[in-house]
Design a protein around this ligand. Structure first.
Ligand SMILES: *Cc1c(COP(=O)(O)O)cnc(C)c1O
Length: 384
């Protein structure tokens, strides 16, 4: 049965693969070896090199990478991990997978919706084991200050770099500031292949743990046995099936070559967007033009100055064929979190969550597309 879908005229994200990408996947499918093997290893090597990290461990998702990073930090039952609430739920969910407690901290402001190091410091207790920072929309959070803070308190710093491949702070790549970084290759991310993730680290121990646990903590893999290296294996810890497969690795390897080029284009589009959106009254455009060169420009967020118009503005945009989204509803306000943590209040995060709208952004977007989004948004905000 054919699958047909209707898409908005101007979607939030749009993926265009090139012939070389399709060829790389087709060749892999014809090779007869589909689970984690030589292409995954080649992708890991290429990704580590471009990041400037000692190790890159490919896994099935960023969520899996976060889980392994927390485990590597020694997070377990009774421990606390400080996380933002202005993020995707996975940042906090993976803390719960470890039997530990996520402690939500505030963002700095709606103009700079990143984890606030001062609020993080206030929330440190004897139970705190780690801090996870999210580089929202691809812009560097204050990992310089957070890494000092974590060092001073003996805490592990984990970076959720799902939005920020190849972004930097002071010229140093995001994902390399703490004990480990967790990247996502999910459908709507910058380096997307459907599903996939990666843990990067400079620590040999963290890398060894991640490599072991991603495949049931077996002492040898299927590829090793296929090549006759060994016939048996032991299981030495509680592991998971967090493997990436070869077709996705081949697609990643092929797409990685164009990553810098894709991001350069996103930066151009973001600067042009910023110019257009700055003229719309009633709108906050977070970050500054001068932040754009360090950002991977994953999404284009805006915030309505006043509360109450978010769904109406989104509805008006949809009527004009323009898809928007909310990055993000506050995690601590989701039902599953309210049940567990009914007393959490984070006023800045809640205001940001109730006023944010994410606009379409993808590499082959045209100037006309952007003009259309800006005009529709100006009209929708004025009418709401
Ligand atoms: C997408 C995303 C994740 C989860 O990534 P998956 O690869 O889908 O598991 C985690 N954190 C943030 C901030 C994300 O945007």
């Amino acid at each position: 049965m054919a699958v047909t879908e209707t898409f908005p005229e101007l979607p939030l994200f749009d993926l265009r693969l090139e012939q070389s990408d399709l060829d790389a996947v087709a060749q892999t499918l014809r090779s007869g070896w589909l689970t984690m093997g030589p292409r995954t290893a080649a992708f890991e090597e290429a990704f580590a090199a471009q990041l400037g990290a000692r190790h890159a461990v490919a896994v099935s998702s960023c969520t899996a990478a976060l889980h392994l990073a927390y485990l590597a930090a020694g997070v377990g039952p009774g421990d606390e991990v400080i996380v933002p609430s202005f993020t995707f739920a996975a940042t906090a969910n993976a803390v719960l997978y470890c039997g530990a407690t996520p402690v939500f901290a505030e963002i700095v402001s709606r103009e700079r919706p990143d984890l606030d190091p001062e609020d993080v410091e206030r929330r440190i207790t004897p139970k705190t084991k780690a801090v996870c920072v999210v580089h929202y929309a691809g812009y560097p959070a204050a990992v310089d200050r957070l890494s000092e803070l974590c060092d001073a308190h003996g805490l592990a710093l984990i970076e959720d770099v799902a939005h920020a491949p190849s972004a930097t702070l002071h010229g140093r790549k995001l994902g390399t500031w703490g004990l480990a970084g967790a990247f996502s290759f999910f459908s709507n991310k910058i380096l997307s292949v459907g599903e996939g993730g990666l843990l990067c680290t400079d620590s040999d121990e963290v890398a060894a743990l991640a490599r072991s646990r991603r495949s049931h903590a077996m002492t040898s893999g299927t590829w090793d046995r296929h090549r006759g290296r060994t016939d048996t294996y032991d299981v030495v810890a509680l592991g998971y099936n967090y493997r990436l497969d070869e077709p996705r690795s081949a697609l990643l390897l092929s797409r990685l070559e164009r990553l810098e080029q894709d991001i350069a284009r996103r930066r151009e589009l973001t600067l042009r967007y910023r110019g257009l959106l700055a003229q719309i009254p009633g709108l906050i455009v977070p970050y500054a033009d001068s932040d754009v060169p360090e950002s991977s420009c994953y999404v284009m967020p805006v915030l309505l100055e006043r509360e109450g118009g978010q769904s109406e503005v989104a509805r008006r945009m949809r009527e004009r064929g323009i898809q928007t989204s909310i990055f993000y509803p506050a995690v601590h306000r989701f039902s599953a979190y309210r049940e567990r943590f009914p007393d959490v209040t984070l006023p800045i995060t809640e205001l940001a969550a109730h006023t944010e709208l994410t606009l379409p952004l993808f590499g082959h977007m045209t100037n006309e597309d952007q003009d259309r989004v800006a005009a529709a948004l100006a009209e929708a905000v004025a009418a709401t």
